[in-house]
Structure formats: C-alpha cells, structure tokens
Write a protein that binds this ligand. Structure first.
Ligand code: T46
Length: 136
C-alpha cells in the first residue's frame, strides 16, 4: 500500500508559522468541506468505516494522533504529529483514528459534501464492496 503524506510549505518568519492550503495546488482535489475533531476522550477510536468515493486529507494541526489505513489486503499505521503534514486518504480505504493526545485537533479537508450514503460502516461490507468494484 502506498501512503501519501504531503509536507506543506510553512511561511515562517519571526512572528511564527502560517500554512496555506489551496485546492489543486497543495490539495489534489476541490475542497468542498472542512471539518475537525477536538476534545477526543482518552482511549477513543474514531472512524471504523470506508468511503465509496470521498477523498480526504487529514492534518493534525495541534497535538498528535495515529491513523490506521486498511485497503482490505494490507494495513498501515501512520502517526500524525506535525501541523504541516497531511495524510491523503483515498476512497475504498478503511480508516481508524486513535491515540489522540488530549490537545489533538484533527482537521479534515474533503472532496465532497457530507453524504451518509457514501459511508461503508461494516467491515464485511467493505471487503465485499472491494470485490465487486475490483478493477474500477
Ligand atoms: C472520516 C473520518 C476521518 C456531519 O454532520 N457532517 C460531517 O461532515 C461529518 C464528518 C460528520 N457529521 C456528523 C455525523 C455524525 O453524527 O458528525 C457525527 C460524527 O461523525 P462520524 O461518526 O462519522 O465521525 P468519525 O470521526 O468516525 O469519522 C469522520 C468522518 O465522518 C469520516 O468521513 O473519514 O472522520
């Protein structure tokens, strides 16, 4: 499995750092939605689903967390701990987010508006979806 982690260019000066993210320049899709999670309780695992067509970039803009990616054949764990790093998460990819530090803010840039019909929330359904859509 290929893991794509973007390293964004901070515009730093004596005042501090600033990262700007533009669609089709820093982000490989049109950004239709931004959401973020914070105050995540200790020991919580979020996610546990895949998406049929949504693409996303995950940026832990404060604190740290870990992301488990699973393409149905292989699993990878990717730590996110830098505010200038973005993890690309393609569609057809099972994801879990865990090990959040108490100060973690995980921001997500998404290629589509929220649509519950795009979620695959059962792991067996995910494996089946991959089988049916093989080669697409
Ligand atoms: C994903 C991972 C990385 C909305 O109303 N609008 C939204 O845009 C989102 C993302 C969620 N919601 C509602 C739906 C649920 O009632 O917020 C609640 C929590 O959503 P969910 O349990 O799906 O959150 P996570 O953290 O398990 O997953 C989220 C995204 O949903 C998902 O697309 O890839 O983050």
């Amino acid at each position: 499995m290929q893991v794509i982690k973007y390293v964004f260019q901070p515009h730093g000066d004596e005042r501090g750092q600033l990262v700007a993210l533009e669609e089709f320049k820093d982000i490989p899709f049109k950004i239709k939605r931004v959401y973020y999670m914070y105050d995540t309780a200790k020991g919580v695992v979020r996610g546990h689903h895949a998406h049929k067509s949504l693409e996303q970039i995950l940026v832990c803009i404060h604190g740290s967390c870990k992301i488990l990616l699973d393409n149905g054949q292989e699993k990878k764990i990717i730590p996110l701990e830098k505010p200038y790093e973005g993890l690309y998460v393609a569609n057809n990819m099972w994801r879990e987010m865990y090990d959040f530090s108490t100060d973690a803010v995980l921001m997500v840039l998404a290629s589509e508006l929220y649509d519950e019909n795009d979620y695959i929330r059962n792991y067996d359904d995910f494996l089946n979806f991959l089988k049916v859509n093989k080669g697409e």
